[in-house]
Design a binder for this molecule. Structure first.
Ligand code: GLC
Length: 434
């Protein structure tokens, strides 16, 4: 009988909870049509209609060292690359299929190169693996929720052997666990309708994975998808519950707690524009200023941010994304102490921003200019050892005068005489307690 070992789990999750910020990378032959990674499903393309993209795929500018440096400079501590997405195309040299990058004009094991490059930058490496496979002959077609042939009458009586598919899927996951060195994160995607849990033979799958990678961190999508949290929020998680909740395109209104009120590890996965895979027409990019605040919001609520990039068909991360990463990196270079190893502060959110905490250090993120002094709520002057402007190390003294006199229990500091904030995006005040 499986018994969830909470102590061992907490130890395993320490680095993930500390690192807070990762790069999601959605890449594959769908970058050629460049209408998102679901293009086969949304446009109901047959295998034959999709084949030209396989035949053409040759990312001549693919250099994962460039990707890894961009992630590192942005302050990202881990990364997750799609080894196989729902279209079934494998970016790795699987021995179980011909539908792989090494059989395209690319002729390369794109996953192995990614792993080498990101490890070389000291970034922990994850692989996204779709348990859905619209290319495999033994995956449900007609009547499925999203298969490209779900309403194609020609497939009404199509016969498939799901056990064959499970043997293939488990076999590929074993290849990734066994043949590519230490993988730090397995990011499965996704369960739906009755396609969840033991339908995937999830217990057998997870036991196999952990036999190769005992400390690997797994998401919760062998049980759910972006909707639902799964059994990890119960007091008796299943053996395949995964290790974190994966809210998608949303930051939870508050931290996520389990049924006993204990904080649950969660990671919000969010796109820079509105697509995971490359979509040339989608120029709706969130700017770096907004995404810095979203990263702070995640950490202030005890969560991680997995921020996505969708490289193009030549293997290049779009310029807009690179500029966003650089902007985040400039802020992180000065303020990452308020992110790494931080979490909820146990203090109500101030009107002007958010608060993150790491032990005796509180980080007040001021994102809204104030009239006059900044109230550092939740602490008393007697408890304060020192206050600094994080970005410069400048001392900030507690302000006591006729203006603050009416609020003797509130610690106030000044950010100077200008109406603008020292850092207009997010000025961080570090308060160290005695
Ligand atoms: C959804 C999408 C999938 C994407 C994933 C990222 O499951 O279907 O395309 O990879 O979200 O979280």
């Amino acid at each position: 009988m499986y018994q969830f070992d909470r102590e061992a789990y907490n130890r395993k999750m320490e680095w993930f909870v500390h690192d807070r910020f990762g790069m999601f990378i959605h890449w594959g032959i769908y970058a050629i049509p460049s209408r998102g990674e679901w293009v086969r499903s949304t446009e109901r393309l047959t295998v034959e209609e999709y084949q030209p993209y396989f035949d053409e795929f040759n990312p001549i500018d693919y250099d994962p060292k460039v990707w890894a440096k961009a992630a590192k400079d942005a302050g990202m501590k881990y990364a997750v690359l799609t080894a196989k997405h729902h279209d079934g195309f494998c970016l790795f040299d699987s021995k179980l299929t011909d539908y792989k990058a090494t059989n395209t004009p690319a002729g390369r094991d794109l996953v192995r190169e990614y792993l080498d490059a990101f490890r070389a930058e000291g970034i922990k490496v994850g692989l996204y693996y779709s348990i859905i496979d619209w290319h495999h002959p033994d995956f449900p077609h007609y009547g499925d929720k999203q298969h490209p042939m779900r309403s194609n009458e020609a497939y009404k009586d199509y016969k498939y052997n799901f056990d064959n598919y499970l043997e293939y899927m488990h076999g590929q996951v074993e290849e990734l666990c066994r043949d590519y060195g230490k993988i730090d994160i397995f990011w499965f995607d996704f369960s739906y309708d009755d396609m969840r849990g033991e339908k995937w033979q999830a217990t057998k799958l997870v036991r196999m994975i952990r036999s190769y990678l005992p400390d690997v961190i797994i998401d919760n999508r062998l049980e759910v998808s972006g909707d639902g949290f799964g059994s990890i929020v119960t007091d008796t998680p299943t053996e395949y519950s995964g290790d974190f909740v994966s809210p998608e395109q949303i930051i939870p209104p508050a931290g996520i707690l389990d049924e006993k009120g204990r904080p649950v590890v969660w990671e919000a996965c969010i796109t820079m524009n509105n697509h995971w895979g490359h979509c040339a027409a989608d120029k709706n990019f969130k700017n770096s200023e907004m995404l810095i605040k979203k990263l702070v919001e995640c950490v202030s609520k005890g969560g991680n941010l997995l921020l996505n990039v969708g490289p193009d068909a030549r293997g290049v991360i779009p310029e807009e994304s690179m500029e966003i990463l650089a902007g985040i990196g400039r802020w992180m270079k000065k303020n990452s102490a308020s992110i790494y190893g931080c979490g909820t502060a146990g203090i109500d959110k101030p009107e002007y921003g958010r608060i993150t905490r790491k032990g005796k250090k509180l980080y007040y993120h001021v994102t809204e200019p104030l009239v006059g002094f900044v109230p550092l709520t939740g602490v008393s002057a007697d408890d304060v050892k020192k206050i600094r402007l994080l970005a410069t190390g400048t001392e900030l003294k507690i302000e006591r005068n006729w203006i603050t006199g009416n609020y003797p229990d509130v610690v106030f500091v000044s950010l100077g005489d200008k109406p603008e904030l020292p850092d207009p995006v997010d000025t961080v005040i570090e308060v160290e307690l005695k």
